[in-house]
Design a protein around this ligand. Sequence first.
Ligand SMILES: [Zn+2]
Length: 297
Amino acid sequence: MATMNDTPRRWFEQPPGFDARPRKPGADEGPDLWLRCPGCRAALFVEVLAESLQVCPHCEHHFPIDAPSRLESLCDPGSITVHDTGLTSVDALGFVDSKPYDRRLQASMAATGQNEGYVAASATLAGIPVEIGSMDFRFLGGSMGSVVGEMITRQIERGIQRRVPVIVVSASGGARMQEGVLSLMQMAKTSAALAELKDVARMPYVSVLTNPTTGGVAASFSMLGDLLLAEPKSLVGFAGPRVIRETIGQELPEGFQTAEYLLEHGMIDRIVPRAQLRAVLAQTLAQLLRLPAPSVG
Ligand SMILES: [Zn+2]
C-alpha cells in the first residue's frame, strides 16, 4: 500500500535564506518608499507626497508635515532665521511612565534632529515681515512642555518688539504630562504674551489649527487667534470625544470636533487647504496691516 512521503509536502520552493516569519515593525533595511492613504486607500510614493506638501493628490487627505517643511512652505525662500534652537527640556519631576521622560526626549531628539517640538523663526511671507513658528507632532506628539511654551512666548515677544504679526501653526496632543504643572503654566504665559501683542504692539496674531490641536494647546494660544484658520478635517478640541461622551452621558453629533463642525458653529474663521495657506496668509496679513495686495509666488 502506498503511503504518504514522510517528509512534509512542499507546495512551492523557497529560495535559500528565505524567512517566512513576519517582520518586526522598524526592522526594514531602508525607509519605506510608499505608503497607503487613509483617505482613499491609494498607494502613494513618499517622494511624490513630499512634493505635494504631504497632501494626497487624489483625495486631499492632509498627512502630518514636520515643522521645518511647514515653515519652508509658508515663508519666502532664504528669509528664515530660526531662534532658540539651543533650548532643551529638563526632567524636573523625574517622571517615569512606561519609559523615563529623559529617554523619551532623547528618542525624539534623535528622530527629528531637533532639541524640541517647536521651530520658531523671523521670516518674511510674501515680503511681509513676520514672527512665525510651527509645532512638530513628531516630537512627543507635539506636546507643550516648558521649552515649547518658552519658545512660543519669546516668538510673541519678538513680534511685540519688532511690531510685526505673529503666526503659530499648531499640531499637538496638548500640555506635556511629563512636566506636570510646569507645562500647564505655559498656557497662562503664552496667553499673557498674546494679550500684550494685541494691547501694546497692536499687531495681529494668526493661529493655524492642524490635525490634531487638542488639550492645553487648544485651551490657550491656539484658540486665541485674531484670525483662526484650520486645515480641512483637523481634529480640534479640548478633551477627546470619549471623555466628553462619558461625562455628559449623551451621544455626540456627527463630525463633532472637526474643523468643518467648528466653522459651522462659529468657532473658527476659515478652512484653508495646505496648498493655499501661504496665499491666504499673505492676503489676510496685507488686509490687516493695510498694505497693498501682495503677489504670492
Ligand atoms: Zn488619498
